[in-house]
Design a protein. Structure first.
Length: 154
């Protein structure tokens, strides 16, 4: 059964890269912060690039609400590093969910096993406060929608 608002966010422990630095990222590392989890289908694709650039451009809005952004896709760290470099950096980590376990735990895999563009917001205790699973890949949740939810959690 897919997680929904009010459920604890599924635990994760994934490799990621931020500003050229590789590391591990775990849900427990973010307890006490508001967390935006943006699942996206692929590096260097048109809509994913627009989405992550929009969130990067608006990073100060997230930071003003004490919220952190993590972007997750099934590509590996080499792909994420190249994507980030090509875009001039994002300012938030890109996590590599190569085995798609995190995507399965959050219920964002489509019928053929592909990522569906989805966004989750976890509150300071790690409980899901917002869930959006996309069905068509051509659109994404705008910063204004996400920051409105985040404001309600502060």
């Amino acid at each position: 059964m897919a997680v929904t608002v009010g459920d604890p966010a599924p635990q994760f422990d994934l490799p990621g890269v931020c500003d050229g630095v590789r590391g591990r990222y775990r849900l427990d590392d973010f307890i006490g912060k508001l967390l935006v989890l943006a699942f996206y289908p692929g590096d260097n694709t048109p809509v994913c690039t627009r989405q992550l650039n929009a969130y990067s451009d608006d990073l100060a809005q997230f930071a003003a609400l004490d919220a952190l952004v993590l972007a997750i896709s099934p590509q590996g760290l080499d792909s994420h590093e190249s994507f980030s470099i090509d875009q001039g950096g994002f300012g938030f980590p890109l996590l590599a969910d190569e085995d798609k376990e995190m995507a399965a735990a959050f219920g964002v895999l489509g019928p053929l096993g592909f990522y569906r563009r989805s966004v989750f917001i976890a509150d300071r205790s790690g409980t899901l406060a917002y869930v959006h699973r996309g069905f068509a890949g051509a659109t994404f949740r705008r910063t204004s929608e996400l920051t409105e939810v985040l404001r309600g959690l502060n």
